[in-house]
Write a protein that binds this ligand. Structure first.
Ligand SMILES: *Cc1c(COP(=O)(O)O)cnc(C)c1O
Length: 445
């Protein structure tokens, strides 16, 4: 029997409790059923099955209470089952659950579009289209850029992650696990070096010059529809580009009629201490893709951008059965209000200070190549004595942290970056406790 009596949300007791080893007996039983019933390709980071979550904790089916440093990959930024989202979803679902916006529309979709047009960087005229997943938003941003420019080519960057559909696999850099055996991939995608200060030692201007030089020689600006980049790379390793890199690329794109797309699917919505990571350098993208944190855990994504680009697509050229579901839109309106009303950008900066203070002792640890990131998006790159990526050590540290009841994710092209993505609702003392567990794992690993 699985215990489903608990409700989630921020009123869950905010403390770590380990009643069994992890995973406990009920989770192990479910894991067996998962193995028998679910396609093997769907992997699991930490096999504890969840019964409730909220604030900064996740309660598993064995009544263990884990501290959440992952937010379901930067999704539950305002906390799991945030009361405003629960209320909005409940109110919507009893009125109607679906009509398809393209058949008979509803106001929630329009209101989300208005909010995103208002909140995203730049005060130019904007338009928005809604979809279901991040990958779908990226696909549509590319469709729109190609339609607008009449050009075929798209530039993506080393260490990029843009999704798992065919076009977005082509944009994604890392073969394992995302692309291996899944080709052929979409054509006219070109990859150029990004800015990776720890590994390339280049200034932002130098890194941009290198990328632009390759683009001009190997593709030609006249053939290029779009350049897509994560302002801080997510899956690729929480790589923060050197200052000036993004603005130099955006400037070059603007000069050559290339659509500059910021993929803020992971960095968006207060995560980095600004509402969008682009704002840190004053970069105004032509198009911006959002998802993850947009709707408090419900599946929703968006492309928002310059009205003349967005509106270059013929009627019927964009859409989908579920895109901008009324339930997801209701959740998004509640979530977007929460980001603004609760000044969660400030909260993200507070979490950054706590994280950096708690981990300051690791800065001199030779196994830590770099601690980087912004706001509540901080990564630790783990290296061997020669400064090379050490995924094996990374795995041991993370396993030790998991065993202590802290949910922690990794990333990086070499799997050697520990990434911290706590919900912004995590209480300070709980975050400190989790970081203490992480420090302890460095001592024993
Ligand atoms: C997660 C992510 C995606 C893909 O989003 P899905 O909802 O998983 O399709 C795309 N881009 C970035 C930067 C992401 O972090």
């Amino acid at each position: 029997m699985i215990n489903t009596a608990r409700r989630g949300g921020p009123s869950l007791p905010q403390r770590r409790v380990l009643r069994t080893e992890l995973p406990g007996p009920r989770s192990r039983e479910l894991l067996q059923r998962k193995t028998a019933a679910v396609a093997a390709g769907v992997g699991i980071t930490l096999p504890v099955f969840v019964q409730a979550a909220g604030g900064g904790v996740v309660v598993d089916v064995d009544d263990n209470v884990l501290i959440d440093l992952g937010s379901g990959i930067a999704v539950t930024t305002i906390g799991n089952s945030a009361p405003a989202v629960v209320a909005a979803v409940t109110d919507q679902i009893v009125r109607f659950s679906h009509t398809c916006f393209m058949i008979t529309p509803y106001s929630g979709y329009v209101e989300v579009a208005e909010e995103l047009n208002r909140l995203t960087p730049g005060d130019h005229a904007k338009a928005t289209a809604l979809f279901n997943s991040g990958a779908e938003a990226v696909e549509n941003a590319i469709k729109i850029a190609r339609r607008h420019t009449g050009r075929p080519a798209v530039v993506a960057f080393d260490h990029a992650y843009h999704g798992r559909t065919n076009l977005t696999m082509a944009l994604t850099a890392k073969v394992q696990p995302y692309k291996d055996g899944f080709g052929p991939f979409a054509p006219e995608i070109y990859r150029v070096p990004a800015s990776y200060p720890l590994r390339d030692g280049l200034s932002g201007e130098q890194a941009a010059e290198r990328a632009i030089g390759m683009i001009e020689k190997q593709i030609g600006a006249d053939h290029l529809a779009a350049m897509i980049i994560e302002p801080i790379q997510g899956e690729g390793g929480f790589v923060v580009p050197a200052p000036g890199f993004l603005s130099a690329l955006a400037g070059w794109a603007g000069d050559h009629g290339v659509v500059f797309i910021a993929d803020e699917i992971q960095t968006g919505f207060a995560r980095t201490g600004d509402l969008f990571a682009c704002e840190h350098e004053g970069v105004v993208p032509d198009l911006i893709t959002t998802a993850k944190g947009i709707a408090g855990g419900l599946p929703l994504s968006a492309v928002t951008g310059r009205a003349e680009i967005m509106n270059s697509v013929h009627v019927g050229g964009l859409g989908g059965t579920y895109g901008g579901s009324p339930v997801a839109c209701a959740a998004a309106l509640a979530a977007l209000r929460t980001y603004v009303d609760q000044e969660l950008t400030r909260r993200a900066r507070e979490l950054e200070s706590i994280i950096l203070a708690e981990l300051s002792g690791l800065r001199d640890d030779p196994r830590v190549g770099e601690i980087r990131g912004r706001g509540a998006m901080i990564g630790l790159e783990i290296v061997d004595p020669d400064g090379r990526p050490d995924p094996e050590l990374t795995g041991r540290i993370v396993a030790a942290v998991h065993a202590q009841g802290v949910i922690l994710l990794t990333c990086g092209s070499f799997g050697n970056v520990i990434r911290l993505l706590p919900p912004l609702t995590i209480p300070d003392d709980l975050l400190r406790e989790a970081l203490g567990v992480l420090r302890g794992a460095f001592r024993t690993a």
